[in-house]
Design a protein around this ligand. Structure first.
Ligand code: SF4
Length: 226
């Protein structure tokens, strides 16, 4: 069974428009230099595993407050028993949102087909070319599964959004617009500002994030594109 390494009882930030609980799952197959969850990626054994039954007890007591549960990581789709975890939570009447880096289209398709998932946020790391993508993920990435996941989401009857963490030095304004073009016909494309606190690559600490106002303007522009 998946080891759950973190539990946030309530969050307004992880599911736009909803109040949700958040479960943090360990491990990731990417090494994004700006990742601030890198302890969960490299050293999940440093966190105690929270028993699922304890989480379900707590979720039941929050039933009248929260709209659903967000599964994040790390990369949740690395875990073959993710559908089992989702079914266990859904049985108690909660909606489920999944955060993913899009590297496991088979798992996405399975969850969508069986209607086990209610919302998906896919992080899109850079314009869709292997060089730019691999720079942002910190290792060589095969783009095919990413492209496949994008296609699956666009064709699916499920709520979804694409998200991009924008990092000066990795992403120029034209890269964001390029990606907006490439994602055309998607539903929502959200830009998140890079947070220089505790990145995986310590040299990223000195990078100054984009001015939030500028980023909002770019987001408005790319949102109109798609
Ligand atoms: S940012 Fe996300 S995809 Fe990248 S290493 Fe961290 S958890 Fe993995």
């Amino acid at each position: 069974m998946i080891e759950i390494k973190g539990f946030l009882e309530t969050s307004f930030l992880d599911w736009p428009g909803k109040l949700c609980s958040v479960l943090f799952l360990p491990h990731c197959n990417f090494r994004c230099p700006y990742c601030h969850n890198h302890a969960l990626v490299f050293h999940p054994e440093g966190y105690s595993t929270i028993p699922l039954e304890d989480i379900l007890d707590r979720l039941r007591s929050l039933k009248n407050w929260i709209d659903g549960v967000c599964l994040t990581g790390g990369e949740p789709t690395l875990h073959a028993d993710l559908p089992f975890l989702i079914r266990k939570i859904k049985r108690h009447g909660f909606l489920i949102k999944l955060d993913t880096n899009g590297s496991n289209p088979q798992m996405l398709e399975k969850l969508i087909k069986t209607r086990e998932i209610d919302s998906i946020s896919m992080d899109v790391k850079a314009p869709l070319d292997p060089f730019r993508y691999s720079r942002s993920t910190g290792l060589p990435v095969n783009l095919n599964p990413i492209l496949e996941s994008i296609k699956i989401l666009k064709e699916a009857e499920v709520e979804y959004e694409f998200r991009m963490t924008v990092v000066p030095g990795l992403h120029r304004e034209e890269d964001i617009k390029n990606l907006g073009e490439q994602l055309r016909v998607g539903r929502r494309f959200i830009l998140q500002n890079f947070n220089p606190e505790n990145p995986m690559d310590p040299s990223f600490k000195s990078i100054v994030p984009y001015d939030p106002k500028v980023l909002k303007e770019i987001e408005k522009e790319v949102q109109e594109m798609i």
